[in-house]
Design a protein around this ligand. Sequence first.
Ligand code: TYM
Length: 341
Amino acid sequence: MTRVFSGIQPTGHLTLGNYLGAMRRWAEVDQHRADSLFCVVDLHALTVDHDPARVRRLSRQTATLLLASGLDPEVCTVFLQSHVDEHARLSYLLECVATDGEMRRMIQYKEKAAKERARGRSVRLSLLTYPVLMAADILAYGTEEVPVGEDQAQHVELARDVAVRFNQRYGHTFVVPRTTLPQVAARVMNLQDPRRKMGKSDDSGAGVVYLLDEPDVVRKKVLRAVTDSGREVVYDRAERPGIANLLDILAACTGGNPESLAAVYDSYGSLKKDTAEAVVEVLRPVQARHRELCADPVYVEEVLRDGAEKARASARPTVDAAYRAIGLLPPVTEPSLSAVR
Ligand code: TYM
């Protein structure tokens, strides 16, 4: 069975981008056809200035929303990254394989480091090495496929490069993973600035639909989406990014195709109205399930405990093999003959 791994950071409230680009596919497709693991990558949330209480709160909320989106712990593994030591253990080895130049080329590093500096904050070293931890997340599980949105493709490429290099130098240890992208909505854009990705850490929430936004808030945000001064509804991501974004969202929510949907509409207003209603309908069951799960926090904790146990058992042999391959002696578990003598 194909091994699938993906992760999500508890750095903010989850967005429609997270859902359409990644989570929905995990729940509707991946968990049923593959041996899959989905991880709340809480260690990654410490790479920029953070508030410990908020990270704890968001980690719980993110895990709850993963279950609310339909992940079923009977068929997949859901867990918190920090509960499985193998991630950090492997990350260090991969730091000895990846290069400084590779890290500095990462687009997200450049963007996030610039943002931290603009806020007068120093840049944490972990922000630079973050893609190596992400590679460790993936490689520890013998992952073949990594279902992510487009913004994470560069990081998965790096994981591939590191896996290939490690295998060439130290003998075959890791499966070389590949990215899988959704057919539509691989990059949902900010509704107020459609040339920018819709992100959970965006400064203003006006252009971001959060999974827990009330229906009326969703409607308001979509109806106020920035478009352009044209009138004709055409699907052109370069020239009409606002309209293309709405068509992508509508297509992803209704299972349609953005180009053919463009032909159906003769005004921006009706496109916005239908898109708003489609988003409200997609979020409705997730929000309802989220309310139920919030009433049963013990269940969520049990899922995470069992998930971590399964994940640990799955990662351990690969990470141990990497320790041996790179030249580290195994710890002695029984007294050796020389020690007895
Ligand atoms: P994160 O937490 O930013 O996002 C989680 C997932 O949501 C996708 N996504 C989007 N897709 C489409 N449009 C958007 N606007 C949008 N915003 C987010 C992301 O592509 C991602 O799939 N580094 C990762 C987390 C991670 C990870 C991993 C992923 C850590 N280790 C190992 C896969 C495998 C991140 O920051 O995702």
